[in-house]
Write a protein that binds this ligand. Structure first.
Ligand code: UDX
Length: 431
């Protein structure tokens, strides 16, 4: 099948590389010529373990190509997949400008009927609207069928999440589209779950928002644990024996970030409000997370009257390990507050420092190891649980820092070990 992918962000590029790996002929379209040239040279514009290998292999064996020329690519495609971003607008709603831009290009380019698959996370009802829009604007006797096929990959494990997905959600009621989607996924050997387009769109929001809710719930319980003298790790361990609850997404910390949970909670809440329904659980999830992201600073404020002139070490910047993505990362908000108050900040992250330099070219000192960031620091904040950061021995904090005071937003260390090493240690939900 000739598959064309519109947009080469996380979802598009990973989907393209995985479909090529499963024997389809894939062309990835992007409007950025530089990006296209880089990808042709085997360079991924994003850091994602295993992605460059797949890109290089499938480009070499001519299964995967990249192009800026959408017209040529779309005209005789079997399937066009829309994988562009749907960023958050100021009011919290999803911005569909990029989706409509691609829909317009498809209508202008196709010369035969084909399937358009929307992988981008879009508000309920968007697939219906896009199908109408394309068919209204397309020239000649052509029928475009739009299928909802949301993406559930996580950054850092995106390739595995795609090749080995627990399920593939397919929203369509058309027999022809079902047949084409079965063909698309025939070599994947994954459970295909068919449903209506609106249900499929909702599965994506409901899943992401449920996971975000689970995190905010456990973060609130963690905060309460601190007050009542319980330990969140013992509590979640105890809860997880009940397989109705499970053990995943119950890790308390300094809040969730990334490109999906913050945006998708706000978008679903907005969408519900527009329809006159107040989604109270999601409203609470959003506001709990907002507070949780600055919980370490709040704790530190109890000890330090001011951060002015204080030597601060920040370890971990990305919103989670194994990605260079800083979108909605708790580190950013905390850096803003610390800079505002006049702190002197040294940062370290294995992958995300280049991205942070674009935001703060001069305001921060970028260090090439966590140890360098710790030297002579008076306080340390940990925002991401990279292995390299987990591997720092408690004794190193004591040895390198001026004052060994550590605020850990990811509960990396054993409290007793930190005590034994005479480190003043604050974490989440543990006393
Ligand atoms: C998420 C979904 O997992 C994925 O299915 C969807 O397609 C996109 O959004 P991603 O944003 O890549 O993926 O990361 P994820 O691993 O889900 O983590 C999101 C955030 O939640 C991170 O900031 C992480 O630190 C935080 N988190 C996760 C917790 O605080 N506690 C947990 O127990 C799990």
């Amino acid at each position: 099948m000739k598959i064309v992918i519109a947009g080469t962000g996380y979802v598009g590029l990973v989907t393209g590389a995985c479909l090529a790996e499963k024997n389809h002929n894939v062309i990835c379209i992007d409007k950025d010529k530089n990006k296209i040239d880089k990808m042709k040279n085997g360079k991924s514009p994003i850091y994602e373990p295993g992605l460059e290998e797949l890109m290089k292999k499938n480009y070499k064996n001519k299964k995967l190509d990249y192009s800026i020329n959408y017209k040529d690519a779309y005209k005789d495609a079997d399937i066009i997949m829309i994988t562009v971003g749907t960023p958050e607008k100021i009011d919290g709603s999803a911005n569909l400008d990029f989706v409509y831009e691609v829909a317009k290009q498809i209508a202008d380019s196709v010369i035969r009927s084909c399937i358009v698959v929307i992988k981008s996370t879009v508000p309920i009802g968007t697939n219906d609207k896009i199908e109408k829009y394309i068919n209204k604007n397309v020239k000649g006797n052509i029928n475009i069928e739009v299928v909802s096929n949301p993406e559930f990959l996580s950054q850092g494990t995106a390739i595995k999440d795609t090749l080995d997905a627990p399920r593939v959600i397919i929203g369509t009621e058309s027999e022809n589209a079902k047949k084409k989607m079965k063909e698309l996924y025939k070599d994947f050997d994954l459970p295909l779950v068919f449903m209506s387009r609106r249900s499929s769109e909702m599965v994506k929001y409901a899943s992401n928002d449920f996971l975000a809710l689970k995190i905010s719930y456990i973060n609130e319980i963690a905060n309460l644990c601190e007050i009542v003298g319980a330990n969140i790790e013992e509590v979640t361990k105890g809860m997880s024996y009940d397989d109705r609850i499970g053990s995943k997404f119950l890790k308390a910390g300094c809040g969730y970030g990334g490109s999906c949970f913050p945006k998708d909670t706000k978008a679903l809440h907005y969408l519900a409000t527009q329809d006159g329904y107040n989604l109270k659980t999601i409203e609470a999830t959003i506001s709990i997370n907002k507070k949780q992201k600055i919980i370490l600073i709040e704790k530190a404020k109890k000890k330090f009257n001011s951060f002015k002139g204080l030597n601060v070490a920040i370890l971990g910047l990305s919103f989670k390990p194994n990605t260079d993505d800083l979108r909605e990362a708790p580190s950013i908000e905390n850096i803003e507050i610390l800079l505002d108050e006049g702190a002197k900040i040294k940062v370290y992250d294995p992958k995300a420092m280049d991205n942070l330099k674009k935001l703060y070219p001069k305001e921060l000192e970028y260090k090439s190891s966590p140890q360098e960031a710790l030297i002579d620091s008076e306080i340390c904040f940990i925002f991401t649980e990279w292995k390299e950061i987990r591997d720092i021995k408690p004794s190193e904090y004591k040895k390198l820092m001026k004052n060994a005071i550590v605020y850990d937003g990811r509960n990396i260390y054993d409290i007793n070990e930190m005590k034994e090493n005479k480190i003043e240690y604050y974490s989440i939900g543990r006393n």
